[in-house]
Design a protein around this ligand. Structure first.
Ligand SMILES: CC(C)(COP(=O)(O)OP(=O)(O)OC[C@H]1O[C@@H](n2cnc3c(N)ncnc32)[C@H](O)[C@@H]1OP(=O)(O)O)[C@@H](O)C(=O)NCCC(=O)NCCS
Length: 172
């Protein structure tokens, strides 16, 4: 059974090796999520340490998907902190382990991010993703609206680039 939970900083710290493995799985599987393969332990650890610090500081909401207690996915909301932006948050790093995809876990993570955004009084969600990546159909299915495309925005493996698509969703 899948459960979706919001985790505090201490819980993230305790499961650091699992999060490193989750990120590694996506990056080495070719997903454009900010890193290039091969992802080293040190780079992944530095990234998750930053996530941990942001969650501890109240700047980031972190949720996980558990399948019978095993962590199989995670997603984040970075809360905009400027005075004129406190209605806004960015959806980041929606990751489902490759062994557990296409079972609706990504959709459940996105739904809980929206719930958490609502609780945090964030009514505008923004995100970006590489054109053609697996996140795009998920975001469209969840009602995100395409704003536009920035060509050659992110480097991908083998020296190529991907176009990035910007999306938003206004929550009721
Ligand atoms: C994107 C991702 C989180 C989706 O997770 P998931 O658990 O497989 O998603 P779901 O099963 O909830 O899919 C919901 C819907 O999204 C769409 N979708 C998801 N993955 C898709 C894919 N690879 N191809 C086409 N449509 C896809 C489908 O409409 C799907 O519904 P369906 O299975 O009934 O057709 C997962 O593929 C992943 O972790 N990818 C690597 C990391 C990444 O690129 N993250 C997004 C950018 S940060």
């Amino acid at each position: 059974m899948i459960t979706i939970e919001r985790w505090a900083a201490e819980q993230i710290a305790a499961a650091m090796p699992e999060f490193i493995e989750l990120l590694w799985d996506s990056v080495d599987g070719g997903a454009s999520v900010g890193f290039l393969p091969p992802l080293t332990d040190a780079v992944a650890h530095e990234y998750w340490s930053g996530v941990h610090a942001d969650v501890a500081a109240g700047k980031r909401i972190f949720i996980v998907a558990l399948l019978d207690g095993k962590m199989v996915g995670a997603a984040q909301l970075e809360l905009a902190m400027r005075q004129n932006s406190r209605h806004r948050a960015e959806v980041q790093k929606v990751l489902v382990h490759s062994s557990y995809r296409r079972r609706g876990i990504g959709q459940q993570l996105m739904a809980e991010l929206e719930n958490q955004a609502h609780l945090a009084k964030r009514t505008l969600l923004v995100l970006d993703t590489c054109r053609g990546d697996s996140g795009e159909p998920l975001y469209r299915k969840m009602g995100y609206i395409e704003v536009g495309v920035i060509p050659r925005y992110a480097e991908i493996e083998n020296g190529g680039f991907c176009d990035t698509v910007i999306y938003y969703k206004q929550l009721a």
